[in-house]
Ligand binder design. Structure first.
Ligand code: CO
Length: 209
């Protein structure tokens, strides 16, 4: 790839946008009011705005390897707190994807150095759902299921946060678990019942009366 192409593409894009709306960038500069926080994988094939057909300003985005929400990851915790408290998003989406290299790596006995503690978050998901996962004989289906369970567990990690609990209670903030299927391009809502999950875990994770 010639990086010059990127700057040429950028000039073309500016031209297209200002032809459609001469005030496009002036409007964009006014500020952002995204209604959705998207937490997804860094995978280059899962381009959040493009697969959802959203424009600049519509999606607040956090991406990392295997869409993990870890309590001591200052980056993810800052993004979520800012999105909930300052931007006041109405939805938080955790979006995993099938064929996720991070999830795959966590299923293999391989030393990946600095990635070990990061991917251990996924191994912990595997341990939590070990009996369900081990009962799936087909290894591809087991891999897909771990992708889905990882989405569910990371969404639960979001619910453990004080700011999120407050926003759910005070203004009905919603959490969603989705998966992107690279093979078909389809975005799938896992329809995780967060009301039910909340009931089950809040006696442990509640941070305020
Ligand atoms: Co991935």
């Amino acid at each position: 790839m010639n990086l010059e192409t990127i700057f040429e593409n950028n000039e073309q894009w500016i031209l297209r946008k200002t032809q459609e709306n001469p005030a496009y960038f002036k409007d964009l500069n006014q500020g952002q009011t995204p209604e959705v926080l998207y937490i997804g994988c860094s995978d280059s094939r899962v381009t959040a705005e493009e697969i959802m057909g959203l424009a600049p300003g519509e999606l607040f985005v956090h991406r990392n390897i295997a869409n993990i929400v870890n309590a001591i990851d200052l980056n993810a915790q800052s993004v979520i707190n800012y999105a909930v408290n300052q931007l006041e998003v109405n939805h938080i989406v955790i979006c995993g994807h099938y064929s996720c290299g991070g999830v795959k790596a966590a299923m293999e006995a391989k030393d990946l150095g600095i990635l070990n503690p990061w991917l251990r978050n996924i191994r912990d998901v595997y341990r939590t759902y070990k009996s369900e996962l081990n009962s799936i004989p087909d290894s591809e289906k087991r891999y897909d299921r771990l992708v889905e369970l990882n989405v569910e567990e990371q969404a639960i990690n979001v619910v453990k946060m004080a700011a999120v609990q407050r926003a759910i209670r005070q203004r009905g903030l919603q959490i969603h678990g989705w998966v992107f299927d690279i093979k078909s391009g389809k975005l799938i809502d896992l329809k995780i019942d967060f009301a039910q999950i909340l009931n089950e875990i809040m006696e442990i994770y509640r941070l305020e009366e």
